[in-house]
Ligand binder design. Structure first.
Ligand code: BTN
Length: 326
C-alpha cells in the first residue's frame, strides 16, 4: 500500500494529488491515506498537504528501503523480492540463510549499514550508514561450480553499466571484480556459493558501492586508495536510483548469459577492463607472479604471461597494475 502511494506521489512529483484520488487508487479510506502519509513523513519524506488540493512530495530522503527501490523498478526477477534492513552484520550472512530456506531467484538483501561487512580474501568491507549501498543478490543458475566466476564478471559489468546509466559516471573494472574510478576503488564484489561438487544450489553476489562517502569517512588505511561516486560527481547521489539501474542491467545481462552463454558477457567485460594488456603483479595464495595480463579465459580466469613467455592461469589473486619485477 505504501509503495503504491509513494509511486503515485513520485509519478506526479511537484504536483498535488488529491486525497480522493489517492484513496480511490489505493482502495482505502482517506483516513488510511493520511495515516500512510504520516508514515512516509516518519521515514524522512517531506510532504506538503493543502486543503482541497491534496498532497505532494517536496523532498525525498536518500533512502534505500524496499519501497524506495521498487518504485519504477523495471525488472521481472531481480529485486522483485527485497529484504531491507537498517543495520546488519553482513547482507551475505542473511542472503545465505534465505537461500538455504528456499528464497527465489532474484531475491536481494539490502542494508543501510553493515557492522561486519565481508570483503574478498577475508578482508573487512566498510559500509557506513546513509552513504553506502550494501546488497546481496541470490541467483539459482543451472551451472557447475567452476562456471560461477563468470557470474562475478557479469556482476561487475552490470554494476559499471548501472552506475553509468544512473549517474553518467564511467568506472573501470580491474580483474576480477574491483571497480575503480580515477584509479581508486569504488565498488567491491564478493561471490559466494552454496553447491555440490557438480551442481550449484545458489550463488550469492555481494555488492558494496561507495556512494556518498566523504573522504574522511574512509578508514585512514584505505583513504588514498578508495573513493565514492559522490566525491567524483561533486554532488549527492540518490542511492535507490543506482540500485535500480544495477538490477535492470543485471537482469538484462543475466538473461543473455542464460540464453547465449558467457561469450557476449566476456566481450562486454573486456570493453570495461583496465587490467588487460598491462604489466601486473598477481599475489596469489601460493606465490607472486609478474607479467602481462593478456586476457581472460571462457571461465573468467585471468591469463598472465611472464617474461619467459609462460602463460599462467590466475584463479584468485590480488592484482596491482603497472608493476614490474624489481
Ligand atoms: C571486496 O573485497 O572487494 C568485496 C567487497 C564486497 C562487499 C559487499 S557489501 C554487500 C555484501 N555483504 C558483505 O558483507 N560483503 C558484500
Amino acid at each position: 500500500m505504501r509503495t503504491k502511494l509513494l509511486q503515485m506521489l513520485i509519478e506526479n512529483e511537484g504536483q498535488f494529488v488529491s486525497g480522493e484520488k489517492l484513496s480511490k487508487h489505493l482502495g482505502c479510506s482517506r483516513t488510511a491515506v493520511w495515516k500512510h502519509i504520516e508514515e512516509l513523513r516518519k521515514a524522512g519524506y517531506e510532504l506538503e498537504a493543502a486543503p482541497r488540493r491534496g498532497y505532494r512530495i517536496t523532498k525525498k530522503p536518500n533512502a534505500i528501503t524496499a519501497d524506495e527501490i521498487s518504485v519504477h523498478l523495471n525488472t521481472e526477477t531481480i529485486g522483485q523480492e527485497i529484504q531491507y534492513y537498517e543495520t546488519v552484520t553482513s547482507t551475505q550472512e542473511i542472503a545465505h540463510r534465505l537461500a538455504q530456506d528456499g528464497a527465489r531467484e532474484g531475491t536481494v538483501v539490502v542494508a543501510d549499514e553493515q557492522t561486519g561487512g565481508k570483503g574478498r580474501l577475508g578482508r573487512v568491507w566498510h559500509s557506513p550508514i546513509g552513504t553506502s549501498i550494501s546488497m546481496s543478490l541470490i541467483l539459482r543458475p543451472s551451472i557447475p561450480p567452476q562456471q560461477a566466476p563468470q557470474l562475478t564478471l557479469l556482476a561487475a559489468v552490470s554494476v559499471v553499466r548501472g552506475i553509468q546509466a544512473a549517474t553518467g559516471i564511467e568506472c573501470e573494472i580491474k580483474w576480477p571484480n574491483d571497480i575503480l574510478l580515477d584509479g581508486k576503488k569504488v565498488v567491491g564484489i564478493l561471490t559466494e556459493l552454496q553447491s555440490e561438487p557438480d551442481r550449484v544450489h545458489s550463488v550469492i553476489i555481494g555488492i558494496g558501492i561507495n556512494v556518498n562517502h566523504r573522504k574522511e569517512q574512509f578508514p585512514s588505511e584505505i583513504r588514498e586508495i578508495a573513493t565514492s561516486l559522490g566525491i567524483e560527481k561533486g554532488e549527492e547521489i540518490a542511492r535507490a536510483d543506482v540500485i535500480r539501474s544495477v538490477f535492470e542491467e543485471f537482469e538484462t545481462l543475466y538473461q543473455r548469459y542464460l540464453n547465449e552463454g558467457f561469450k557476449p558477457i566476456k566481450q562486454l567485460w573486456e570493453s570495461h577492463a583496465i587490467s588487460l594488456g598491462k604489466q601486473i603483479k598477481a599475489s596469489t595464495v601460493q606465490n607472486v607472479l609478474y607479467g602481462v595480463a593478456t586476457g581472460i579465459t571462457d571461465d573468467g580466469v585471468l591469463l598472465l604471461e611472464d617474461e619467459e613467455g609462460t602463460v599462467h592461469k590466475i584463479y584468485s589473486a590480488d592484482i596491482e597494475l603497472n608493476v614490474t619485477k624489481a
